[in-house]
Design a protein around this ligand. Structure first.
Ligand code: FES
Ligand SMILES: [Fe+2]
Length: 309
């Protein structure tokens, strides 16, 4: 069988039950797809302070994109499994859908494939790497089109440079927060990230054991004012109303975002990373207890005591 009759491409390379085109064969595959194509390439690199596993998770976590990055609009996620994800993304406010494929094709390495207006094929190869002085994101792209479209390539390349820079800067606070939480012995259900667990909405934070007991006097809290308090490596948002106390997590149990008084709207705290909302634990009047952020909260009427579960 000649190669142009074969739908099963032997140049696919396997990883954990999936297979992807060998990146070394990408250009050849694009030239078969678009005869006499114009092909251009670009590269971008961005240093990071995060661990590799958090860089990988941050890239695979697609739910943060519309919340953290202004460049993302609506997307319809049509498919996701541990290795790959396929979505249709709207081009700004225009009624134009761009198909986007994301694939985890080797350890710490991704394909991201887009087709712009049916005319320009863009294949990004995104790699999270570790060097002597920390980690970094390396992004290489290949753009293929009919040669009539070649005048668009330099403009696209500049746009990708800019986008990668802006988005990495916007992601830095997320990555830095993971660094800080890991230093305090936090772990995550996404410590071995894949597309599925990185996009599942659940309580993925594994809080470290809480040490000691700490008491907060209720009468010291001003009436009806939101107050963020840090107790050891835990944080809570408190609001007293007469004999009653409302308590929200100060660390998002999903993936660890810092939550503060400014994130509370009405009765709900809304997380800036993925938009999850949480109601408060309510205490009083009288005694009560609840577990929140992996610690035991005991309310006596006069004080809130935080201790191990
Ligand atoms: S970290 Fe995901 S919603 Fe808060
Ligand atoms: Fe991001």
């Amino acid at each position: 069988m000649s190669s142009n009759q074969s739908f099963f491409d032997p140049r696919l390379v396997g990883i954990d039950g999936a297979a992807f085109l060998d990146p070394a064969k990408l250009e050849e595959a694009l030239l078969r797809l678009i005869p006499r194509a114009h092909i251009s390439k670009g590269h971008f690199t961005y240093p990071s302070r995060a661990e590799l596993r958090d860089l990988v998770w941050n890239h695979m976590d697609q739910n943060h994109r519309p919340f953290i990055h202004r460049t993302y609009g609506e997307a319809a996620r049509l498919f996701i499994d541990p290795h790959a994800s396929f979505s249709l993304t709207r081009y700004g406010r225009w009624p134009i859908a761009i198909p986007v494929f994301d694939g985890y094709f080797r350890e710490n390495g991704f394909y991201q494939v887009m087709v712009l207006f049916g005319l320009l094929v863009v294949v990004n190869i995104i790699e999270c790497n570790k060097g002597d002085d920390g980690t970094r994101m390396d992004v290489s792209w290949v753009v293929a089109s009919h040669r009539w479209m070649r005048f668009l390539h330099p403009m696209l390349s500049r746009k990708f440079q800019r986008l990668n820079d802006v988005q990495n800067r916007e992601d830095d606070p997320i990555r830095d927060r993971r660094v800080a939480l890991r230093a305090a012995n936090y772990r995550f259900a996404t410590d071995a990230p894949d597309f599925l667990n990185s996009n599942a909405i659940g309580n993925n934070v594994e809080f470290p054991a809480f040490a000691g007991k700490h008491s907060i006097s209720i009468k010291d809290l001003p009436e009806a004012v939101l107050h963020r308090t840090e107790v050891g490596d835990r944080a809570y948002i408190l609001r007293r109303s007469g004999q009653q106390l409302e308590v929200w997590p100060g660390t998002c149990p999903h993936e660890g975002a810092m939550l503060g008084a400014g994130d509370v709207v009405g009765k709900l705290v809304r997380c800036p990373w993925h938009g999850l909302e949480f109601g408060p634990r309510r205490f009083g009047p009288g005694a009560g207890k609840a577990t929140l952020c992996g610690a035991l909260l005991e309310f006596s009427g006069d004080a809130l005591t935080i201790g191990p579960v």
